[in-house]
Design a binder for this molecule. Structure first.
Ligand code: FAD
Length: 327
């Protein structure tokens, strides 16, 4: 049986504001709440003033009530401390379902919350629906994208992480009443860890990039990634990679595109020295325009590319860079 009549969306926020995946979760949450007759709640943790964070936007996008746990201890996104605050909140309010964005942070936080609550978690969902008993059906690709698994969690709350850019953002309705409750932090320190410094790399989020220049095993040395980084910057984009380079220790997994990495939907995706394994394609196939550079004309990546260049990336990338620089 459902434990309560509310569904909770966790809205991740940082210095740049609320992560837009929250607006997508609100759209899906609203749909599920209409079916089940539940209220749609939204939880935010942060250290900024409510106006700066524009929490009212969450009401405008469909949340019936927004709960904000505000404290300076949330200056850094530290999963264990977040978990220590989210778990008691969930215990008090008993949502039947909790949705997190499958961002780097959400993927790290949600399993900690689920484990503490001794309930199940379905990670990286691409859709959600409900059966006739009001139980959540969590849909996600499985077996390297060969099937779409439909998963039901037997315990409550039902917890899922949902990939970014799967749903349209919830529409804005300025007439909606703002209902915001600011709460004290339950725990202000986590004994297991202290954050000393937050580096740019940890905040890096490739999922929002409009242009992604990605390198694969065709890149032979770590320092050669610099030329792809330069091309990405000239195009106003970010550097992505295949898992081969992450496994090879060349770069952090925050840059990895694919099934077990990040899913991106940029306007332009340039794959350099990437063969086009299904697990990589799963992360970039929805790009508006795909350009592939590979020295092997039979590389599978060309089947997915709008434009392909058969050649050595060590020749063509410097030419592209100097072409852009020289206008
Ligand atoms: P390769 O397959 O080795 O391809 C290298 C390509 O570079 C070749 O096509 C070659 O022709 C070309 N090349 C070489 N030199 C040059 C040159 N000088 N100029 C131009 N082209 C050149 N992979 C991911 O990427 N993301 C994931 O999230 C992911 N998740 C996985 C999850 C699971 C459960 C498993 C089993 C695998 C996963 N993989 C993932 C790994 C995936 O199966 C492939 O092994 C990986 O994508 C291959 O990376 P690649 O294309 O860079 O390397």
């Amino acid at each position: 049986m459902k434990s309560s009549e509310n569904l909770l969306v966790f809205a991740e926020c940082n210095k740049e504001g609320i992560h837009p995946v929250a607006f997508e979760l609100l759209a899906k949450g609203k749909e599920l709440c209409e079916k089940s007759g539940s209220a749609l709640h939204c939880l935010v943790l942060g250290n900024q003033d409510t106006e700066i964070l524009d929490l009212q936007e969450l009401n405008i996008r469909g949340a019936d009530e927004v709960f904000y746990i505000k404290d300076d201890c949330f200056t850094w996104a530290e999963e264990c401390l977040y978990k220590e605050n989210i778990v008691p909140f969930i215990r008090e309010r008993n949502p039947h379902t909790v949705l997190f964005g499958a961002t780097n942070f959400g993927r790290s936080l949600a399993p900690r919350v689920a484990a503490a609550l001794q309930t199940g978690l379905t990670a990286d969902c691409t859709n959600l629906t409900m059966d006739e008993d009001g139980r959540l059906i969590q849909i996600r690709p499985a077996f390297s994208n060969n099937i779409l698994a439909h998963i039901k969690t037997l315990s409550y709350p039902q917890i899922a992480t949902i990939r970014y850019k799967e749903f349209q953002e919830a529409e804005r309705d300025e007439a909606r009443e703002a209902k915001l409750t600011v709460l004290e932090a339950y725990r202000k320190a986590y004994e297991g860890a202290t954050v000393l410094e937050s580096l740019r790399e940890q905040e890096f989020d490739i999922t929002k990039a409009e242009v992604v220049v990605s390198g694969g095993r065709g890149i032979k040395r770590k320092e050669d990634l610099q030329m792809l980084q330069e091309l990405a910057e000239l195009l106003g984009g970010e550097l992505g990679v295949s898992r081969a380079l992450v496994d090879g220790g060349m770069i952090s997994s925050a840059h990895q595109i694919g099934y077990s990495g990040n899913r991106v939907k940029p306007k332009v995706y340039i794959a350099c020295g990437i063969s086009g394994a299904p697990q990589h394609i799963a992360g970039m196939k929805d790009a508006d325009l795909i350009i592939a550079i590979n020295k092997d004309p039979s590389a599978p990546i060309f089947k997915f590319a709008d434009y392909g260049y058969v050649g050595n990336l060590y020749e063509v990338i410097p030419q592209m860079i100097s072409g852009i620089k020289n206008g």
